[in-house]
Design a protein around this ligand. Structure first.
Ligand SMILES: [Zn+2]
Ligand SMILES: [Zn+2]
Ligand SMILES: [Zn+2]
Length: 500
């Protein structure tokens, strides 16, 4: 059988995998290699449970610590706090019992004693691993993989601040847990967690915490990756974003790889301690990520513009700034880049600025403006910077669809000039929405999104399609009408871009 099912002796965790570990070239230590051909959108690794996963501190309030929001998304029930520590919250007893068994039984009293202080997310992850390891509750096979992961302690030691933080954390966890494991060993766990954890996200790709799975942690980075990682509740999916051949090494991206050469390399060496030797980095600055439009250009002027834009972006994303205060600096930053007349929409930080701006606009209920930016992003940017199966592309399509649903149902906010612009286009939102959802649904087979996301898109498409049917219309049979409406959206995007 090609597909190996790895199952731990005590049945705590299991992984279905089409990949196995092996030595990786270019000094990358170990890596994962495909054990068979994997088509686009199919699983390379599917882990049913993490070794440890914990929520970010602000998410403890609004996200279930048992299902990480998966059942919450389906049932929409109000969360109930653990009656002892009142820190972890759950949908119901099922979620509570699940988390109790996964480690909350060992940490609950410690949480209670520390109140009102709450340990930071990496502290809670470390505490849980240490407590479970001390009681032999970690699947031995996974623990062995975990303790074999690299610590990069040598490199960490070069930064005194980093080393101090790690020391403090492991000392605190040693004290609170009162376990029979040396602080040195705990420090090793902390270092491994730091380097090898994934960002735990919802099925809609919002970050909610940390997730460690030692088998998936073996996957190396490439800026020219062939797989992406997604989460559905506590399940981890690594899916092929392009066809992977048997024996080919699996690569994911540890960072945002849409950024220029120098930015990627700086982040990888500072955060993960390696010099990337991937095929994309081998091309140096000779890839679209570094390109500007219409040479010749004034490099010094572009550098100044980038510096100013990044400063404004930093100002906007400052922790204390409120959404309505973020919009202005983000828009100013975009104007600065646009004014250079050499900055492609797809070149960073332009694309990220727009992402950030959409989020800020959504949080102040400026849906018309958010719709225009989301349409520009989906039609003009994503197709350039993400491959068709990329989950981010599907997610952005879904955000656009949701905005279309909202605007078609609630009407336009009269106070915004963007609302007038959309209305002038005389676009039929229902047809545009049908086309968008039909397109997203038809791509699901090859898309790297997770099952809950796919179900949501399919259910919404079925609903929109049935509403048309109820009115005696089948849009799939009136292609000319649908594409005519879609062309109005394309024209609207052009006008909106001209006015930016
Ligand atoms: Zn739950
Ligand atoms: Zn508790
Ligand atoms: Zn690279």
């Amino acid at each position: 059988m090609q597909s190996a099912i790895r199952s731990s002796p005590n049945g705590i965790s299991s992984t279905v995998s089409n990949a196995s570990p092996g030595p990786a070239p270019n000094g990358m230590g170990n890596g994962l290699f495909a054990t068979k051909d994997v088509p686009i959108g199919q699983n390379v690794v599917h882990a049913k449970q993490p070794l440890v996963a914990v929520l970010d501190t602000p998410r403890l309030e609004d996200t279930c610590s048992g299902c990480f929001g998966k059942r919450q998304m389906e049932t929409g029930t109000e969360l109930k706090a653990c009656t002892i520590c009142r820190i972890a919250r759950y949908c119901d007893r099922t979620c509570q019992i699940k988390d109790w068994k996964s480690g909350h039984s060992l940490e609950c009293a410690i949480f209670q004693n520390l109140k009102p202080q709450i340990l930071p997310v990496n502290g809670r992850a470390l505490l849980r691993i240490v407590l479970r390891a001390s009681k032999n509750k970690c699947p031995p096979e996974e623990m062995k993989l975990f303790t074999n992961l690299e610590t990069h302690i040598q490199e960490v030691s070069e930064s005194q601040a980093h080393l101090d933080r790690m020391n403090l954390l492991s000392k605190a966890v040693k004290n609170y847990s009162d376990v029979d494991i040396s602080q040195e060993v705990i420090m090793g766990y902390a270092a491994r967690l730091d380097i090898n954890s994934f960002n735990l996200t919802t099925a809609m790709y919002d970050r909610i915490g940390l997730y460690l799975h030692p088998f998936a942690a073996l996957i190396n980075h490439s800026c020219d990756y062939n797989a992406t990682v997604g989460f559905d509740g506590e399940e981890l999916y690594v899916k092929a974003i392009r066809p992977i051949k048997k024996d080919e090494q699996i690569f994911i991206s540890y960072i945002d790889t849409t950024t220029p050469y120098a930015v990627r390399r700086k982040e990888l060496s500072e955060r993960y301690f390696f010099n990337c030797l991937c095929t994309k980095c081998a091309k140096g600055t000779n890839t679209p990520e570094d390109h500007f439009m219409k040479p010749p250009w004034d490099t010094a002027a572009l550098e100044i513009a980038e510096k100013e834009a990044l400063e404004l972006m930093q100002e906007a994303t400052h922790l204390d700034s409120k959404p309505q205060e973020q919009i202005k600096p983000l828009e100013s930053a975009m104007h600065i880049l646009k004014k250079t007349s050499h900055w492609p929409l797809t070149r960073q930080p332009y694309a990220s600025l727009r992402d950030q701006l959409i989020l800020s606009l959504l949080s102040v209920n400026n849906f018309s403006k958010a719709f225009l930016h989301a349409a520009i992003r989906y039609l003009r940017i994503d197709s350039v910077i993400y491959s068709p199966s990329h989950p981010i592309r599907q997610l952005h399509g879904w955000v656009l669809a949701k905005l279309a649903i909202y605007l078609s149902q609630e009407g336009f906010e009269s106070e915004f000039r963007e609302a007038a612009l959309i209305q002038e286009s005389q676009m039929n939102f229902h047809y545009v929405l049908w086309y968008l959802l039909a397109d997203l649904t038809s791509r699901q087979g090859e898309s790297c999104t997770v099952p809950s996301f796919k179900r949501l898109v399919s259910a919404n498409f079925a609903q929109v399609h049935n509403e048309f049917k109820a009115n005696g219309i089948d849009p799939s049979k009136s292609k000319a009408v649908v594409s005519g409406e879609w062309k109005k959206l394309e024209r609207l995007v052009e006008i909106a871009l001209d006015r930016e």
